[in-house]
Design a protein around this ligand. Structure first.
Ligand code: PRP
Length: 210
């Protein structure tokens, strides 16, 4: 019997690109091209079902088994450490996790460093590795604003083109880690639907190398 594979795709540009690879890898779902606001799409003939979820939630769906596999940014995997398998680096959605701040910023070791970020665990781990005491300020977006208005000294955030930093008079000060999108799998699914999931992973890898 053909088992259904449930795939959590991040809504937006990354999800569109990932779906394109899946489509070219033999997992098309014509319903995905319809212009509507549905969140689930199914192709029963080949046994695949796609869910559209907020990018930062993909790992939650996969970890809890609501989806067998998904596409998640390495930033989310590092921050939340979900208990999932990481199957493949999709080499898309590339960016860098950086410390950024005013161009002329000089860290004064005598002062506690105020760090604003959407990624408190990544920031904490980074500064703890440097034995640098910090005060974390957890924000949900527009992180670049924090040093501009005196809320923080620096930020830990994603830099893709660098445009947001540049246009706000900020600059990258240190790189923490390279980020890209990863194919992740639920651990139980990988046991029970292992053949199907391994085949999907192999096909995606082949498509990416074409
Ligand atoms: C991300 C990130 C930076 C920006 C980096 O923000 O937090 O602000 O993109 O991209 P760039 O280097 O190409 O300018 P996002 O668009 O997700 O918005 P938000 O964090 O402010 O919600």
């Amino acid at each position: 019997m053909n088992e259904m594979i449930n795939v959590a795709l991040p809504k937006g540009r990354l999800g569109d690109k990932a779906y394109e690879i899946l489509e070219r890898s033999g997992y098309p779902c014509p319903a995905m091209k319809e212009d509507n606001r549905k969140l689930t799409f199914e192709n029963p003939e080949i046994g695949v079902r796609y869910f559209l979820v907020k990018p930062s939630d993909v790992a939650v769906y996969v970890e809890r088994g609501a989806a067998d596999i998904g596409i998640a940014g390495k930033d989310i995997l590092l921050e939340y450490r979900p208990d999932v398998y990481e199957l493949l680096d999709l080499k898309m959605g590339r960016c860098r996790m950086c410390v950024a701040g005013p161009k002329d910023f000089r860290d004064d070791p005598a002062q506690t460093l105020r760090v604003a970020t959407k990624f408190p665990n990544i920031a904490r781990a980074y500064y703890s590795g440097l034995s640098r005491e910090i005060e974390l300020i957890h924000l949900n977006g527009s992180i670049e604003l924090a040093p501009l208005v005196g809320l923080s000294d620096v930020i830990v955030d994603i830099v893709e083109t660098g445009k947001t930093l540049y246009e706000n008079g900020l600059a990258p000060l240190a790189e923490i880690v390279d980020i890209s999108a990863r194919l992740i799998a639920n651990k139980a699914s990988f046991k029970f639907k292992g053949d199907a999931l391994r085949a999907l992973c192999r096909q995606m890898e082949r498509t990416m190398n074409l």
